[in-house]
Design a protein around this ligand. Structure first.
Ligand SMILES: Cc1cc2nc3c(=O)[nH]c(=O)nc-3n(C[C@H](O)[C@H](O)[C@H](O)COP(=O)(O)OP(=O)(O)OC[C@H]3O[C@@H](n4cnc5c(N)ncnc54)[C@H](O)[C@@H]3O)c2cc1C
Length: 471
């Protein structure tokens, strides 16, 4: 347990928090004695086993204001939970107050204005389902069960980011409750400092209750490349993929995964779960000849095991891998930003990948650039706009007896690939048990000082200074 998670709480203090909340709350107040306590404190990562004093499951913004009032009075450790998918489990804390937004599911799409307003408990799958009714979308993450809140507040890398930017680049405004209990709408025009912070550095400046996104015409059918390569060709495929990324147009967002063949049709059973290299790329426009031509280089990187490229509904694409990351299993992630992918970096990656502890574990390289890099470096708190790649090393396993081995593998692979990093780590992929201040420096780089000033201005008493600021 890190110092950020340490709390001094007494049974009487906990009771007072729960009682005060119950007197004013519309949502649910879940304390240690509540029959739903264990379910409510569980998050996506089964490694996390935190026992909050009270979970305030808010029904709306007024509940968030109430919860913060109680927090100001009793000063528990406060954590904020959106979709519960942060690998470090930072949405829940030990012995403190969880401001749980997961029941806040309102979504309103305005197709004429091409905007959507979504509350902080919404997941990407839920938002896409509504926006796609109108053939519109805002760029989200690659897994439908992930929360829009944490993902957007940390940046938001997605399938078509080179065309449409990060999730946070598509924010028009947010409603946020700051530590003083004030409900603010912030945008480029209103409280621009706070708006700067929530786009990539949105942990610990307040509780964002809803997000207003710009929407773009995209889907329902989208075109993508997905090619499985034999594992023995991993180095050659990685080199060819790297070369293809250097000339890829902004309409294509290439990625590559060292993973296992999915055990599902139409893939023949004899290939299921075998190690492989997966080359992917989604076209940020309508399917058709231009899409096929733009994706062609990603389909020509050597003799494949299978070429599954084609078109599919965006909502299908976006939930296609969700089943591979089930709730409650054990996970650990770490990441680097990289400006280049040298042959030596590729050899090192493949070497570490060959020691991957389970078929569920994977190494992913996503290509940035395009619309991500066009936003000015200091225009938002997201600190690594000029990086060409993000490398993430993701361990997944089931057996608690493997904890040390799996976490050790991810940490060692991260250490071994550090010499190839251009500096910085992605806050949304930050793992458990990291040194909090070191991590914040790595996640926000030169922006950390400005973020700290904004946090001090809006939270002078440090209500969010402990758990809520953690990745
Ligand atoms: C399977 C999986 C796939 C993923 N894929 C992607 C991907 O494609 N692209 C990508 O960029 N990331 C991805 N991520 C990482 C993801 O962005 C982070 O895990 C993110 O934190 C998830 O948001 P959440 O709301 O679900 O998380 P939570 O755990 O609920 O929140 C994480 C943290 O964000 C803060 N927070 C959450 N809600 C609020 C709020 N309303 N106001 C203020 N602070 C808040 C809190 O500090 C909280 O501790 C993935 C994660 C997983 C587990």
């Amino acid at each position: 347990m890190s110092d950020d998670q340490t709390a001094t709480s007494t049974a009487a203090g906990e009771q007072a928090i729960a009682d005060q909340l119950r007197s004013s709350f519309q949502g649910e107040v879940i304390d240690r004695g509540h029959p739903g306590y264990d379910e409510a404190r569980a998050v996506w990562n089964g490694l996390i086993d935190r026992r909050p004093a009270v979970i305030a499951r808010c029904s709306g913004t007024a509940d968030v204001v109430e919860a913060l009032q109680v927090a100001r009075k009793h000063r528990p450790v406060v954590s904020i939970r959106g979709g519960g998918h942060q690998v470090a489990g930072s949405g829940v804390c030990d012995d403190g107050l969880v401001i749980d937004l997961s029941a806040m599911k309102g979504i309103h799409v305005d197709p004429a204005a091409r905007t959507a307003r979504a509350q902080a408990g919404v997941t990407w799958g839920e938002l896409d389902r509504e926006t796609q009714l109108h053939g519109l979308f805002t760029p989200g993450g690659e897994i439908s069960a992930t929360g829009i809140a944490g993902l957007t507040l940390g940046g938001g890398l997605g399938f078509v980011m080179r065309t449409f930017g990060l999730s946070c680049d598509n924010l028009r405004s947010v409603e946020i409750v700051t530590a003083d209990g004030e409900v603010r709408t912030v945008s480029r025009e209103e409280e621009p400092d706070l708006f700067w912070a929530v786009r990539g550095g949105g942990r610990g400046v307040g509780v964002v209750t809803s997000f207003e996104f710009d929407l773009h015409p995209f889907g329902p059918e989208v075109a993508g490349a997905l090619v499985l390569h034999p594992y023995e060709n991993a180095e050659a495929v990685l080199r060819a993929w790297r070369d293809a990324t250097l000339t890829a147009p902004e309409t294509v967002t290439p990625e590559i995964l060292l993973w296992s063949v999915p055990a599902e049709p139409p893939i023949p059973e004899e290939l299921h779960r075998a190690k492989c290299v997966m080359v992917g790329g989604v076209y940020g426009g309508p399917p058709g000849e231009s899409a096929t031509a733009a994706l062609a280089p990603l389909r020509d990187l050597g003799p494949p095991l299978m070429d599954l490229s084609g078109t599919m509904p965006y909502v299908t694409l976006q939930s296609a891998n969700t089943w591979r990351f089930p709730d409650g299993e054990r996970y650990f992630m770490k990441s680097h930003f990289m400006d280049e992918l040298s042959d030596e970096a590729i050899r090192t990656l493949v070497d570490w990948d060959s020691r991957r502890p389970t078929p569920e574990s994977l190494i992913v390289i996503r290509t940035l650039g395009g619309a991500v890099a066009r936003v000015g470096g200091d225009d938002s708190a997201f600190a690594y706009r000029s990086a060409r790649y993000n490398l993430s090393i993701d361990a997944g396993w089931r057996d608690p007896a493997m904890d040390e081995e799996a976490i050790g593998w991810a940490r060692s692979a991260w250490d071994a690939t550090k010499p190839f990093s251009s500096g910085g780590t992605y806050i949304n992929f930050a793992g458990l048990g990291e040194d909090a201040s070191e991590l914040r420096g790595a996640a926000f780089g030169s922006h950390e000082e400005r973020l700290e000033r904004i946090r001090a201005a809006y939270d002078p008493e440090g209500l969010f200074a402990r758990a809520a600021r953690r990745p």
